[in-house]
Write a protein that binds this ligand. Structure first.
Ligand code: PMV
Length: 333
């Protein structure tokens, strides 16, 4: 099925292979404000629900790719360290690359640099597969549209389809079985005062990974309620962004994350990504809000929190959260 989709997308591209040397490509990480949680097709990463994210500016992945002239395997570097080809990271990458090899004896060298902690629930695979697809587009001189690249990136990691742009991005869940209508596009809205704070409480690998956790979550009695809630949140969130209505924005984003986690908590056996530090920081955030400092959080498949606040509160936030990494999604170098 994946190969059929690749064939459909690549049929009109240049197949007269002459390879481009400069394939360097960058894609930002993204944080879902309304989450993708639950796959209607696991092989194609097709979601039950649409989702909406914000990209993290200069936190992301830079990747280059070249064809190796004499090698019998791919060579993969992550942050200048060669990865074993049987590592989890390389195995996943290699099976994605298998979709695009001109022949079974063509191998690639991939150099990838990440400015975000790998697999700490900070969507590093999203920027990774988005950057890889952009680099492949350069290597093979495909000249594909961003919509088509978004579909290809989705095959690597669902949320990667949202990582091709900066700012707010919406992923349309789509209806078709082949997923040709399941892609992301940027929203024409900005919010220069909006800040994201990464509160990294653990950098260990998320456990279980999102694919397994999403599958298990389907067994939660609340899964259908999650789908309803997600639809409602997604219908309300864009207006709060357009109006820069931070209170409504924060309410929707935080409650959407809590609803997503409620289905992991209520499946059996339960999946509980939060650590005691996660919960302690949630209580701190709620206490701060009560005292008049407006900040909200979201949480993905891991114990870390991503805080949302406005520029006017940056200094206060730094006082409360000493190690926070602050991102300005609409103004970065
Ligand atoms: O794309 P995946 O398989 O890494 O799943 C991402 C899942 C969440 O980060 C929890 C939500 C989202 O929409 O990004």
């Amino acid at each position: 099925m994946k190969f059929d989709i690749i064939r459909t997308i690549l049929q009109k591209t240049n197949t007269n292979y002459s390879f481009e040397n400069n394939t360097l490509a960058y894609a930002p990480a993204n944080i879902a404000l309304c989450k993708y949680w639950g796959k209607r097709n696991e092989q194609l990463n097709l979601p039950y629900t649409s989702s909406l994210s914000i990209s993290l500016g200069n936190k992301g992945t830079t990747t280059s790719i070249k064809i190796l002239s004499s090698s019998d395997s791919d060579i993969i570097f992550l942050n200048d360290q060669q990865k074993e080809n049987d590592s989890v990271f390389a195995t996943r990458l290699i099976s994605f690359l298998n979709l695009f090899r001109p022949s079974t004896t063509t191998f690639f060298e991939i150099k990838t640099y990440s400015t975000i902690p790998i697999a700490a629930g900070l969507a590093s695979s999203a920027s990774g597969y988005a950057a890889l697809v952009l680099a492949l587009n350069k290597l093979f001189k495909w000249e594909l549209s961003f919509k088509e690249l978004s579909i290809l990136a989705r095959l690597g990691s669902g949320s990667a389809c949202r990582s091709l742009w900066h700012g707010f991005v919406k992923w349309h869940a789509g209806y078709s079985d082949d997923g040709m209508d399941s892609y992301a596009e940027p929203l024409k809205m900005t919010w220069p005062d909006l800040c994201i704070g990464l509160l990294i409480l653990s950098t260990s690998e998320k456990n279980p990974g999102s694919t397994i956790a999403m599958k298990k979550s389907l067994a939660s009695d609340f899964f259908s309620s999650w789908l309803e809630k997600s639809k409602k949140d997604l219908s309300e969130l864009p207006l709060s962004i357009e109006q820069h209505d931070f209170s409504n924005f924060g309410r929707i984003v935080e409650s959407n994350a809590l609803a997503m986690h409620s289905v992991t908590h209520t499946t059996w056996p339960p999946i509980y990504y939060s650590l005691p530090e996660t919960i302690a920081n949630m209580h701190l955030i709620w206490a701060m809000r009560k005292s008049g400092i407006e900040l909200y959080f979201t949480q993905d498949a891991g114990p870390n929190l991503k805080l949302m606040f406005l520029k006017k509160d940056v200094e206060t936030i730094k006082k409360y959260f000493k190690d926070i990494e602050i991102i300005f999604p609409f103004s970065f170098e």
